[in-house]
Design a protein around this ligand. Structure first.
Ligand code: ZN
Length: 306
């Protein structure tokens, strides 16, 4: 079916206890894997691209292949810009057919974040496109987003209340201790659930989003190691923490790193088993299957899979 807005997708997830997965892609294989998983489990999903994914694949190509792939299923899907920082690019995404955009001005002072976010909401809503924004700072790195640990600053619930009221956003990503990438945590990961509860209360039931929510599961790390992918020290958000956050009102959970690990590990697996095979349909096809399987597992964990 045609792409739906992020707001409609989050509404479809219902209130409380379940979350829609947002899965990043930058090529055809990841996109097909996510859509196939959504179709197999009859589960809605955000198809997310970062600014660097757009730089890699091209905006028009992403929109065209996403629309075509979404037509292969009746499950509602949304094309989402993840961490939009360039206001001109956000506008281009809205005009090109994205159905949800994130404005990430979280590294700017609060008032400037508020000003930019409000401007994006006005522009995007006029086109029926929903808007996600971020408050506080995530620790870690992802696609050009680099924040030193010492600069990390969690969301302030009172600021969140004012931010939501004055911007009109459709969803909010509050920084509560997750981080991007495979090497998010030096010690034990610790999410600030107390703060999450306060933000939930202060923002009147607005859908909340958890970024940096890959769990980097041990079986995936084992597979990476078996086939020579060096990811020593990788660590994610434990699955029970994700389930708890979802129970507390998080209704969109972002996953990128785990999918990359699954894809890379399977490509290496094929190469190690079949040294004479250089047909990309073979190694990319099997890696696509690995991503699809993982996305289905995530959908189950997030409580929406059928
Ligand atoms: Zn993120």
């Amino acid at each position: 079916m045609s792409l739906v807005s992020g707001r409609d997708l989050l509404a479809a997830a219902g209130a409380g206890g379940r979350a829609v997965g947002a899965f990043n892609f930058s090529n055809l294989e990841f996109l097909q894997a996510i859509v196939a998983a959504a179709d197999a489990r009859q589960t809605p999903a955000f198809l997310a691209t970062s600014e660097s994914a757009i730089e890699y694949a091209g905006l028009e190509s992403i929109v065209a292949m996403t629309r075509a792939t979404a037509e292969t299923t009746k499950v509602p899907l949304c094309l989402h810009l993840d961490h939009g920082k360039d206001l001109a690019l956000i506008r281009r995404c809205v005009e090109a057919g994205y159905t949800s955009v994130m404005i990430d001005a979280s590294s700017l002072p609060f008032e400037e974040n508020l000003r930019q976010t409000r401007a994006v909401v006005q522009m995007a809503h006029a086109a029926g496109v929903s808007v996600e924004a971020e408050l506080g700072r995530l620790v870690g790195r992802e696609d050009g987003v680099v924040v030193a640990e010492r600069e990390a600053l969690f969301v302030d619930p009172a600021e969140a209340a004012r931010f939501v009221a004055e911007t009109g956003i459709d969803s909010l990503a509050p920084a509560i201790g997750t981080a991007h990438g495979a090497f998010k945590f030096k010690g034990e990961p610790k999410l600030d659930f107390d703060r999450l509860g306060k933000v939930r209360e202060a923002t009147g039931g607005l859908p909340l989003v958890l970024h940096g929510a890959s769990s980097v599961p041990q079986n995936l790390l084992d597979k990476c190691e078996r086939y020579g992918l060096d990811v020593k020290g990788a660590r994610g958000v434990p699955e029970p923490d994700l389930v708890r956050a979802i129970a507390m009102g998080v209704s969109k959970v972002n996953v990128d790193t785990d999918l990359r690990l699954a894809f890379a590990a399977e490509v290496r697996h094929v190469f190690s088993e079949q040294p004479k095979d250089f047909d990309p349909r073979h190694y990319l096809g099997r890696a696509r299957d690995a991503v699809r399987e993982l996305v289905e597992q995530k959908m189950e964990l997030f409580g929406l899979a059928k």
